[in-house]
Each structure stands twice: as C-alpha cells, then as structure tokens.
Design a protein. Structure first.
Length: 103
C-alpha cells in the first residue's frame, strides 16, 4: 500500500476517499444553494457558489498533488502539513503557520 510521504498514518487510498467525500458534500451544498436560490438574495447565492466552486477546484488540485507526490507538503514552506490538519481539511494547501501568514 502506498503511503503519503509526509503522512505515514494516511494511505493514498484513504486520502482519495476523503477528497471524494469532500467533493460529494460540496456538490450537495451546491445543489442546495441552487434549490434555494429563488428564495435567497442573489448576491448571497453568488457568493456561496463562488466559495463552493473554489473548494471544488482546491479538491481537484489536492488530487493532482496526490498524483505527483506533493500531497501533504506545504506549498509555501515545503514542510509537512500536520496529519490533524489534513484530517480536518484534506485539501489543505498550506501548513497552519503559512495559512495564517497568507490570509
Ligand atoms: Zn508552510
């Protein structure tokens, strides 16, 4: 079984499953936003959709990192991203300190 380089406790298979679950839940959110769109402020609907599409593109980017071996490595400082963070946010691009510095 292939393990993710920086995350010995999580296999690539498990990461793929987590990313797929994250994508499914974002798609469900998108459907819910679209279903309630007629009842909600247009700008709010747009903002929600933009946020969901962003998350979906981040999930795809994480799958690409998983394929090329960069998954679990901070894209800014190249340190390993803590497993606890990846469990909460499987498509995290940055470690906690870089995320805080960048936002
Ligand atoms: Zn970092």
């Amino acid at each position: 079984m292939t393990t993710v380089a920086r995350s010995p406790n999580m296999s690539a298979h498990e990461v793929r499953q987590r990313l797929q679950r994250a994508r499914n839940s974002r798609r469900a959110q998108l459907r819910a936003v679209e279903d309630t769109a007629p009842l909600v402020d247009k700008d709010l609907t747009t903002a929600r959709k933009v946020a969901i599409h962003y998350a979906l593109s981040e999930i795809t980017a994480a799958e690409r990192r998983l394929a090329n071996g960069a998954y679990g490595t901070c894209q800014a400082c190249r340190a390993g991203i803590a497993i606890e963070r990846l469990e909460v946010l499987p498509y995290a691009r940055y470690c906690v300190s870089c995320q805080e510095r960048l936002t």
